[in-house]
Every structure is written in C-alpha cells, then in structure tokens.
Design a protein around this ligand. Structure first.
Ligand SMILES: CCCCCCCCCCC/C=C/C(=O)SCCNC(=O)CCNC(=O)[C@H](O)C(C)(C)COP(=O)(O)OP(=O)(O)OC[C@H]1O[C@@H](n2cnc3c(N)ncnc32)[C@H](O)[C@@H]1OP(=O)(O)O
Length: 286
C-alpha cells in the first residue's frame, strides 16, 4: 500500500490514509511471525522476528514483516527498531529451501516479496534502527543495512557471504551494503564472501555501536531515534527519501528485469549445485 504510493512518486509525502488508532497494533491478517511492542513513553515500536529456529526469510515471514512495517508507520510511531526474538540469530537470510529446485511461480512470488521487503524498510518514513542480537548473514545483513542505524551484540557475524556458495547478489542489494560501507570494502567483502565478526563490523563501519545485552541494544537504538527529535518529521522523511532515491530507483526502474535475472540465475546448475553443497554443509554441522 505504502510502497505503491511511493512507486508513483518518491518525493511525495506518503498519503497516510491509515485509520487505526495509535497503539492498536494488532497483527491482523498476518501469520503471527512478528510481534510489535510500542513503548508508551517513547512511542518507539520494536518489531521482532519470531520464526524459529533461525528467522529464515520465508514468504510468510517477509509478508508479516511488510505488514508490520506498514502498521507501525500508519500508527505514527516515533521510530522502528528491528530485532529478533531468538537470542542467537537475528536472521539467517533468505530461506534456502525456497531456492532449491524451486517451483517457478512460487520463486517469482518469493523474489518479488523480498524486493517489497527491501523497499518497505528502505523507504520507511520514520527513523529505523536494527538491534542485531544474533548472527545476520546474507539477507539478514541486507535488512540491517536498509535501516538507518545498527547496534550489534558481541560474538556474532554479519555480512554477505553469497560467493562462498556460488550465489550472486542483485545490484540493489549491493547498493544497500554500499550505502553503509565504502565501495572498496564492499567490493572486497562481497568477492571474498566475508562474514564480519561484531568487532570487525564496528571497525569498518558496518555497525554503529556494540551493546552488552539486547536491552542495551534496544536502548541505544532508541537513543539514536531520539536524535531526530528536533527535525520536522515530514522534512525528515522527504530528506531520507531524497538521500535514498538513487538506490531505490535502481530497483524500481526495472523490477521485472531484476526478477527475470534472479530467476534465471537461480535455475542455473552453478547456483543449484552450490546451494545443494551449502545445504549439505548445514546438515553436516550437526
Ligand atoms: C543479476 C543476477 C542476480 C542473481 C541473484 C541470485 C539470487 C540468489 C540469492 C541472493 C543472495 C542470498 C541471500 C540469502 O540470504 S541466502 C541465505 C544465506 N544464509 C545462510 O547461508 C545462513 C545459513 N545458516 C547458518 O549459517 C546458520 O544456520 C546460522 C549461523 C544462521 C545459525 O546457526 P545455528 O547453529 O544456530 O543453527 P543451525 O545452523 O543448526 O540451523 C538451524 C536449522 O535451520 C536451518 N537453516 C539455517 N539457515 C537456513 C536458511 N538460510 N534457509 C533454510 N534453512 C536454514 C538449518 O539447516 C537447520 O535445519 P535443521 O534443524 O533441519 O537441520
């Protein structure tokens, strides 16, 4: 809903046609894989992913995330903090099972909703922050980079390690990474398939702060959101969208082309063999 209005005109203020009252944040039509808690004092909404065991981005989780982001925006929360109910994994990234020998129609739906999720986070009108309370590989990292601020707990990893198992990333995913890290670091990290430890991520600037606990991470994210208190919310939203315009336009100018390229690549033997080996590796770990 929001995305459609933005696709029409990125520079326009989102027409807020939402009729729900502040704080009535039920999870309505979604599958209950996310929860939203709004802090009464600060008005900041914490959006938690809650799909055991590792918050893989399935069709349903991505649907619920988009629905929740829309609800939070529509209810005029002061900010959004994305986090996980799992204390070891923020998100394990895309659901690999959806990519293995996929049904073609379902794969198209899957990739389209992943594009939608990235747009929802990227264009969210209110301040966003990620409290990364566990591992955040691949699309888990991309979701975090679509937020405006990242606070991470120690002893976890974050990064896009796609090349390790013969995956490529779309240009808009690379741009998201590049909006946070210098281009030369992104180029090297993507080519190496590097997963950064929390400390390394802090040193290169992939995350903004380290926190000692989830509670602290949420507080640090809330403090970041508080830094916008003096900004006019509409001017802030328009400025955020202007800053992100070129990255978003990269995807919007040819979403269908991106979908085709991804579907084609996922169907190649190179991709399917790499994925099969990766899935075996995950099983053998046990
Ligand atoms: C122009 C051309 C463009 C082409 C574009 C092509 C498009 C391709 C895709 C683009 C980029 C990719 C994005 C992605 O996000 S792919 C997903 C990558 N993610 C991973 O590789 C993470 C794998 N998981 C892990 O490393 C660990 O699970 C993790 C560190 C996250 C947690 O470890 P832990 O020990 O706590 O948990 P387990 O490993 O035991 O996992 C528990 C069970 O969950 C299953 N699992 C884990 N991750 C995934 C996943 N991503 N998808 C599906 N299933 C997953 C794991 O196998 C365990 O299952 P079982 O209990 O049944 O054994």
């Amino acid at each position: 809903m929001l995305r459609n209005s933005l696709i029409g005109s990125l520079r326009q203020i989102k027409p807020i046609l939402c009729s729900q009252s502040l704080r009535s944040l039920s999870n309505g039509a979604n599958s209950g894989l996310t929860t939203i808690e709004v802090d009464d004092k600060s008005g900041i909404a914490t959006l938690s992913m809650n799909l055991p065991p590792v918050n893989t981005l399935t069709l349903n989780l991505m649907h619920d995330l988009i629905d929740s982001i829309n609800q939070i925006e529509c209810n005029k929360s002061r900010g959004l903090i994305l986090t996980s109910s799992n204390d070891k994994v923020f998100s394990a990234g895309l659901d690999l099972k959806e990519l293995y020998k996929p049904d073609q129609e379902r794969l198209k739906e899957f990739w389209t909703i992943f594009q939608d999720l990235w747009l929802a986070l990227h264009l969210c009108g209110i301040p966003t922050a990620a409290a990364i309370n566990g591992h955040a590989p691949a699309a888990g990292c991309i979701m975090a980079t679509a937020c405006e601020y990242r606070v991470m707990l120690p002893d976890f990893v974050i990064g896009v390690h796609a090349t390790r198992f013969s995956f490529l990333v779309s240009k808009w995913m690379m741009l998201s990474y590049q909006s946070v890290l210098p281009r030369r670091i992104v180029e090297r990290a993507l080519n190496q398939g590097k997963l950064f430890s929390t400390q390394e991520a802090l040193e290169v600037g992939l995350i903004d702060e380290v926190a000692g606990s989830k509670k602290e991470a949420l507080a640090q994210c809330a403090a970041f959101i508080g830094t916008f208190d003096k900004a006019n919310p509409i001017a802030r939203t328009l400025t955020k969208r202007m800053c992100r315009d070129s990255d978003v336009t990269e995807l919007l100018r040819d979403r269908a082309g991106d979908l085709r390229a991804c579907v084609d690549y996922i169907n190649t033997p190179l991709f399917q063999e790499g994925l099969s080996a990766h899935l075996e590796g995950l099983k053998e770990k046990k």
